[in-house]
Design a protein. Structure first.
Length: 454
């Protein structure tokens, strides 16, 4: 789960927990006010005055208590002339202040038997309520009774809200909120996570994919629709580009073929050889555009193909081009036959591109060697300048050319890599024996029994 402060999940969780905590605190205070009002209506006294009285009680000796009024107690008695106090210790020794009503005599006799008491209804008109509390004092533990003092103040509300029970309840609910609310938020975001996972699967090679609305909140439906509409526009644009490339390539092939035929009728000289090389490059570009269209349409069909026959045929077809460029080309094989699963047309195109790449970049009088190995690999080596190690990955990227040239679009090696990957093979580039570049295509070999049965 994403807990970055800027994430929607984190903000929702934090805000929901804060709202719940504020609501709980407000509830506690709202519940404390009626409780305090109930206490005020029943006994109406602030029991904090008992502490002021107890702090003024001192012990003069065994069995003797004395009252030394403090400033706080003097102020309270001045503000409430009718207030009285009575205090006794466990031995029955007592001290008092003010006029104690006669009806209190029975209660005072058993005062030390009480823990606390609120006496609010004595059926005596005009008689103030009385409270009894136990209180520590300089003279020890006392049982104190009082009446006629100040009413319960507003701070009692805060005291009640800050009680251990309320604080424990607040801590418990806050902890539960931090555990439950993130889980709820996470469950509600399942649809968003699913849509994000679907978006990660969208690729230019798998068009037609759209985000689903399942489990996505209604508020995000408009966003999903907008994304799907954008994907549809992209698919339409790519389809138009593919149609343009295919149409352009088909249109180019006819005039290129006518041009090639006319050049072949020219006298055999250097100018004719250069024109033959140029028109071959132009024809190869048209074929590369058609290859792009075929790959996008996923028309590659793998069938058993004899790699030796295919490589020998392509080498023979490319020999005139290589010879016209002043190069030498040869073919060699370690075995008479080796069968691989391949699409003959596209694999032939890959080999043509490698040979033409050697013709273009190998320089004048390059020796090009095409070979088929026993393990099912196909190699094309030349005696040119080779390819630097730092450029051996970049050359397979589209429109990448290590040495700028006036001809070529930088698509050949990229198409070769794409073809090899579609054949579940791999292509590597290294140094040829004696110098130059060595391209090696490795393809899965079909066992002889399987190839014969197919």
């Amino acid at each position: 789960m994403n807990w970055r402060l800027g994430s929607l999940r984190a903000r929702l969780t934090i805000y929901l927990v804060l709202v719940q905590a504020i609501a709980l605190v407000a509830f506690i205070f709202a519940a404390s006010i009626p409780m305090t009002n109930l206490m005020s209506s029943e006994q109406g006294l602030d029991d904090s005055v008992i502490q002021s009285f107890a702090e003024s009680v001192q012990r003069r000796g065994p069995g003797q208590l004395d009252l030394v009024p403090s400033e706080d107690l003097i102020r309270l008695t001045a503000e409430h002339p009718g207030m009285w106090f009575y205090a006794a210790d466990a031995s029955g020794t007592s001290v008092q202040m003010g006029d104690i009503p006669e009806w209190m005599a029975p209660l005072i006799a058993g005062l030390t038997r009480l823990h606390s008491a609120d006496i609010g209804d004595m059926d005596v008109p005009g008689q103030p309520a009385t409270i009894v509390r136990r209180q520590d004092s300089p003279a020890g533990l006392l049982w104190v009774a009082t009446a006629g003092g100040p009413d319960t103040p507003l701070r009692a509300v805060f005291a009640a809200a800050g009680g251990p029970m309320y604080l424990q309840l607040l801590a418990l609910l806050t902890a539960v909120s931090f555990l439950v609310i993130p889980l709820i938020v996470r469950l509600q975001f399942r649809g968003v996570n699913k849509a994000a996972a679907e978006a990660e699967q969208i690729d230019i090679a798998q068009r037609g994919m759209r985000l689903s609305f399942q489990h996505v909140p209604d508020e995000l439906h408009s966003l999903v629709r907008a994304v799907n509409a954008a994907l549809q526009r992209l698919d339409d644009g790519i389809e138009r580009r593919q149609r343009f490339l295919a149409d352009a390539a088909h249109e180019l092939r006819t005039p290129v073929a006518i041009l090639q035929t006319r050049i072949e009728l020219l006298p055999h000289d250097e100018q004719r050889s250069r024109l033959m090389l140029d028109v071959a490059r132009l024809a190869n570009l048209a074929n590369q555009l058609l290859d792009l269209e075929r790959f996008d349409a996923d028309l590659t069909i793998l069938q058993p193909v004899d790699l030796v026959d295919l490589a020998a045929q392509v080498t023979a077809d490319m020999a005139p081009l290589a010879i016209a460029a002043g190069d030498e080309i040869s073919f060699d094989t370690e075995v008479e036959s080796v069968t691989v699963a391949a699409d003959a047309a596209s694999l032939s195109r890959a080999l043509i591109n490698l040979i033409q790449n050697a013709v273009i970049h190998g320089g004048r009088k390059t020796n090009i060697r095409v070979a088929v190995c026993r393990k099912g690999s196909l190699t094309v080596a030349d005696t040119g300048p080779g390819i630097a190690v730092e450029n051996r990955e970049a050359i397979f990227e589209p429109f990448c050319r290590v040495v700028p040239l006036d001809q070529g679009a930088g698509l050949g090696l990229n198409l070769v890599k794409d073809i090899v990957l579609r054949h579940k093979g791999k292509i590597t580039v290294g140094d040829a024996p004696g110098g130059g570049a060595l391209f090696e295509i490795s393809l899965p070999v079909i066992p002889t029994q399987v190839a014969q049965s197919a």
